[in-house]
Design a protein around this ligand. Sequence first.
Ligand code: ADE
Ligand code: ZN
Length: 341
Amino acid sequence: MADGFASSADRAAFIAALPKAELHLHIEGSLEPALMFELAQRNNIAIPFASVDEVRAAYAFSNLQDFLDIYYQGMGVLHSEQDFYDLTAAYLARANADAVRHVEIFFDPQGHTARGIAFETVIGGISRALADAKITYGISSKLIMCLLRHLSEAEAEATLDEALPYLGRIDGVGLDSSEVGHPPSKFANVFARARSLGMKIVAHAGEEGPPAYVHEALDLLKVDRIDHGNRSLEDPALVARLAGDAMCLTVCPLSNLKLCVVDDMADHPLRTMLDAGLVATVNSDDPSYFGGYVNANYLAVADALDLSKSELVTLAKNSFAGSFLGENDKAKHVAAIDAYV
Ligand code: ADE
Ligand code: ZN
């Protein structure tokens, strides 16, 4: 066992209290089955499951689309501002338990407005829970509105219009949903407008899609961060560019396993990314659907790849370096990691 760990339990204990940021978390993907049932009852909505065990049994996916179909169905129980508050508060309590000190959360407004839920209801509940978590746990946050890439750019533009009154509470714009067939170039205009509004830009790229989509995210969307980015490794010139630009990748190990992006955690590319000098981070993506929150992701990939203490420290430091915090805050968090080690 490498650098300082006598056992997996020893490594788990180190990860448990290691200060970290989470940069890739879809709040709708943190909807636990128990809360799904509670909200279904609260809102008088029928769901096609009889028990929590039945829900969990349905979470067997062979690709991204399999998952997305059930993810969009699951979020249908979210109706009131309080529902969005409860969802977000539950995630933040879990994040706090995992020594997460800063979160950058995605939400999918089009998954709600298409069902007749007002933008105000969604952002009201999420942002109220984020403000409370700052007071209760000292967890800081940024909020990123994702645009669904299986929809049109015109629909994305309309969603950006709806977000305009709330820009004080939205820090960035992302691109998610079905990747293959929906390249970043489809959204070049709406992302240019978001950039001109001063918003940070991220995009899922290279999860299932080819390295060309990562190039497009860089060149056309002018992203500040790449979500996933796994398939970048197929293109050595792209790897050199990402490393040279210190472009952060928000990697999600348990998601990659559950969505068959990797066949075996022992084949996960995280070590290769670190060895190539990439600013890779570890995140949970949709923890309720993929079987673990951020520390479970660190542990699963660290055990499978026998990651050392110094590699885990690099991952945690990368999570702050790649965040949208200011330089002073980043330095404080990195100092806290050094003090912990
Ligand atoms: N929406 C929620 N999780 C996602 C993922 N991993 N990839 C693309 N879209 C998503
Ligand atoms: Zn994601």
